[in-house]
Design a protein around this ligand. Sequence first.
Ligand code: MSP
Length: 478
Amino acid sequence: MARKKFYVTSPIYYPNDIPHIGHAYTTIAADVLARWNKIKGNNVFFLTGTDEHGKKIENAAKKQNKKTKEFVDSLVPKFEDAWKKLNIDYDRFIRTTDSDHKKIVKKILQKVYDKGDIYPGKYEGFYCTGCEAYYTERDLEDGCCPIHKTKIEKLKEESYFFKLSKYQKKLLELYRKNQNFILPESRAREIVNFVKEGLRDLSISRTNFDWGISLPFDSKHVAYVWFDALLNYYSATKEGGKQKFWPADVHLIGRDILRFHAVIWPAMLMSAGIELPKSIFAHGWWTFDKEKISKSRGRVVNVDELISIAGVDSARYFLFRATPFGQDGDFSEKALVERHNNELADKLGNLVSRVSALVEKNGIVKCQNKLLKKLNIKKIEKLFEDYEFDKALNEIFAFIDVCNEYIQAKKPWETKDKKVLYELADSIKAIGILLYPFIPSTSEKIAKQFGFKIDFKEIKKLLKIKKIKKSEILFKKI
Ligand code: MSP
């Protein structure tokens, strides 16, 4: 049977500064899903990258007296490096300055223009460069951007418009017929209400700067950065044998950029006659010690800081254990350290080290693993499919508790019962495989030590007997 394909994307990030916990969160989530699908035997394509055009980036470069391309070239490696450190196993890192992407953007612009969905006009209204978004008077708070709280710019310039309003009905129909298009459900309701209120045509080009992709039908204009950026998901599949991956199975994003993805993006694709992605999942936002993450107030957790607290796997684990994926969460060093100590070190680490030490001393004898009945694998699969990562981790850790209780009850250090030890070793195989999406390097260590392959199908096959040695400490307590 042909392998099922699975295409997952993270947003592409603005390379105007180094990556922080917010960027890391979506990227790790995409990595968790990609790895989960890989161990299930699916054919995975995982895309991440950088969103490099627009006024915001141009301004950031100017501030540093750098040419814009030089500026982004100097920041992109910081993202690549951060993802490497976080053990992100992506398949392509797309940059909107890549030539294959630019070519596709022009092609789609032309297509939408030829269809009659783009017309010239004049934009007069508000624009926040920080958000790279248009606002109406009603959106503003005391004349300021509702997100950045800074004074908002008033624009008056020639612009081409995309007939977004034309797609209102079709969008509502899409949301109605396809309940999974926007997830979680509460976010879908927000979007439905927003679209029901009516859509205005969208200004999709700018004329007062030129750092962007010029319109193929009017080179005085550069494409609006979001029109350019959203297309990355599609352009990445156009070359190198990746066509089979379109449409995307899921776009993972933060809740702040849901309107772009759930309204503008499908309308663009409808206009261009391209199949729509299957699903868009908007996750919550992290605060830092209960306050908004803010660079000016020194409340940013950058990736190096995040890793330095308790290591990569503990950071990855914490972000998905502490808070349901769709909801906002609060980051604190204390909470991360507590989970590292109490769950990873005391529960998982102890189980692996006790069992491996006992097996090294006493050996094991193959037998049916009755313990495995206490692991609800079907439920865990469903939780992964529903993006309920915290609950999936809960289930896995409940099973770790079962194993730890089993050792206490059976006392294999007294009985030297090789079958009990086998059951425990075989259970550790299941645990190692299921935790792999979250803590891949720890799982790899466990797999090497106990001699199993990280593959979902292996959970139900009995562990092959090999010499097992006492493990190094997986998680040192802090
Ligand atoms: N370039 C656009 C995305 C284009 S996708 C076609 C963009 N970039 S961004 O760098 O500003 O932010 C990217 C992501 O980081 C968003 O999904 C946003 O939700 C996420 N986060 C930024 N700060 C965050 C938190 N404090 N918490 C969680 N995620 C946050 O938007």
